[in-house]
Design a binder for this molecule. Structure first.
Ligand code: PEP
Ligand code: MG
Length: 552
């Protein structure tokens, strides 16, 4: 069936870089690729003046970045503000300044040409590197270049603004479409109107992706020739989990996503807790806490702490970690918080930490194995967590555990290196996401304080199916008898040992799976904050008409 305006539905697929579903009208962000950099030769007597123009622009850019750092720290959090701290360091880099000065003096060219040529060389150096992380940083250089050229432009008499030209304003929700979004553009998005974005460049590790996740905006990247697929004002549906984009969606498609068309404010409306399912929230950054409280989650069931490192682009000190963890414990005001120890490696790669390159990282040096190899990281994190526990009870989840022995070794290291910190209420539990650990669930639960089922990885490892590969995504689904058999085994072990077991994979927020999870005895899930309400409504429906009405 065709939508009323007669446009035909058309589908595109990219890479989902920030989960969630949203719908709005396309706002195209054009950048004039031919926007020329003013070029002219200067007299030897003008060299010093041109060099001074560069120095002034660099100083002004650093001031602009200081203001941006303050806004981002306040609006999103210190980890994201670090992106702009790094940009400021690049802009103030003495080597770069010297290169620009030399270009002016040796080639006798103007300041704009010197700035563009020094930064272009730097950008293409990064863009050619093997490391995805460093390639992604090339977009920061692009942003610095634009900022400097804009400032230099303003000091010229024939000044004309060089900001990217957004399409004419649209009313209502809009989906921003651009070849690339820089970090500065991403944090400046008005999230009450921009409900999603689609880009050609910028993978899951890009700063734009990290910021989109922190802001809670669905996003898809990797769409080739992006500007040829959309017209300004097109209606478009974006699924940031699957990477699917539907232009001019037909009514039948829209019926599959009932929440997508709701205004942003209503989508985030809290649903009161229900009796038959405790619903907590998964977070990646401490700055998501407001969101967790807005949707009235009954705790943080999974804090993916490694994302704090990915956002900062470096390992954090004990104090820096403590600040973030304490913020979450205090902010949850007595509700449970489950901190997952750094689950690094494979799909959560952190190139800046120099984890060795591997043929098969999915089965390699990751999760628990990496923590056993890098006990310095484990110890620093353990100490930060033990200090944060002074503000309220904490749960520590050990990731990618494959047998009891691994858990015991890691827990022993945790305890041994936090002995000098006053002992507070710290519970130690296991992430059940590797099939061998699920098969040993009873043995593990006899020792551990709790477990949490990581269904995302459990499906991947049980069926040998990559969770991130578009080519095989139709085979990546938990709803198969073997999966339910494994879950039954785990829930039986929970009942026999009397230890709490929750589920923190994506399926906990998916209506099609919730009734079956309830039947199996799962009474606690932890989901993306956006799906807390949906999980509750589904659980209440599954309990039938006689289920008690929600608490106020
Ligand atoms: C999981 O594997 O189910 C999980 C919750 O952790 P992550 O998605 O971070 O691997
Ligand atoms: Mg996992």
């Amino acid at each position: 069936m065709e939508p009323p305006n007669g446009a035909r539905e058309c589908r595109l697929t990219g890479t989902g870089i920030s989960e969630g579903v949203a719908m709005g009208r396309v706002a195209l962000l054009h950048r004039d690729p031919k926007a020329s950099v003013p070029f002219y030769f200067v007299l030897e007597s003008d060299v010093a003046a041109e060099q001074l123009r560069i120095a002034d622009a660099v100083r002004a850019a650093a001031e602009q970045l200081d203001a941006l750092i303050a806004v981002v720290t306040e609006r999103i959090g210190p980890a994201q503000a670090n992106i702009f701290v790094a940009q400021k360091m690049m802009i103030l880099d003495e080597v770069l300044a010297e290169q620009m000065r030399v270009i002016i003096a040796e080639r006798l060219v103007n300041a704009e040409t010197a700035a563009a040529s020094a930064l272009d060389a730097y950008e293409s150096l990064l863009a050619d590197l093997d490391s995805e992380y460093l390639r992604e940083r090339a977009s920061d250089i692009g942003e610095i270049r634009r900022r400097l050229l804009d400032l230099l432009n303003r000091t010229r008499e024939d000044h004309a603004p060089s900001a990217p030209a957004a399409s004419p304003a649209l009313s209502g929700a809009c989906v921003l479409v651009a070849e690339e979004l820089t970090p500065g553009e991403t944090v400046s998005l008005d999230t009450s109107r921009t409900v999603a974005f689609i880009t050609e460049r910028g993978g899951p590790a890009s700063h734009a992706a990290i910021l989109a996740r922190a802001l809670g905006i669905p996003a898809v990247s990797g769409v080739r020739n992006i500007l040829s697929h959309f017209a300004h004002g097109d209606e478009v549906l974006v699924n940031g989990a699957t990477g699917e984009i539907v232009v001019s969606p037909a009514p039948a498609t829209l019926r599959l996503y009932p929440a997508a068309k709701r205004p942003v404010s209503r989508r985030l409306q809290a649903v009161a807790p229900v009796e038959n399912l405790t619903v907590m929230a998964n977070i990646s950054l401490c700055s998501e806490l407001n969101f967790v409280n807005t949707v009235r989650a009954e705790g943080v069931g999974l804090y993916r702490t490694e994302f704090e490192l990915l956002a900062a682009g470096r390992m954090l000190s004990e104090d820096e970690q403590y600040q973030r963890y304490a913020t979450v414990v205090k902010g949850m005001e007595g509700k449970p918080v489950f901190f997952r120890l750094f689950d690094l490696g494979s799909d959560k790669s952190a190139p800046f930490l120099e984890i060795p390159a591997e043929e098969n990282p999915c089965l390699g040096y990751r999760g628990a194995r990496l923590l056993l190899g890098r006990t310095d990281w484990l110890i620093t994190q353990a100490r930060a967590l033990a200090r944060a526990a002074a503000h309220g009870a904490i749960h520590v989840i050990y990731p990618m555990i494959s047998d009891l022995d691994q858990f015991l070794k890691l827990r022993e290291l945790f305890r041994q290196h936090t002995q000098d910190i006053a002992m507070h209420d710290i519970r130690h539990g296991v992430m059940l996401e590797v099939p061998s650990a699920c098969l040993a669930a009873r043995e593990i639960l006899e020792t551990a304080d709790f477990a949490s089922i990581g269904s995302n990885d459990l499906v991947q490892y049980l069926f040998a199916i990559d969770r991130n590969n578009e080519l095989v995504s139709t085979d990546y689904r938990p709803d198969r008898p073997v999966f339910w058999r494994v879950l039954r085994l785990v829930m039986d072990a929970a009942a026999e040992t009397g230890k709490p077991v929750s589920l923190c994979g994506e399926m906990g927020g998916q209506p099609q799976h919730i009734p079956k999870l309830l039947e199996l005895g799962v009474t606690t899930v932890s989901v993306n904050p956006r799906f807390v309400g949906l999980a509750r409504v589904t659980a209440r429906r599954a309990a039938g008409p006689r289920a008690s009405s929600p608490q106020p």
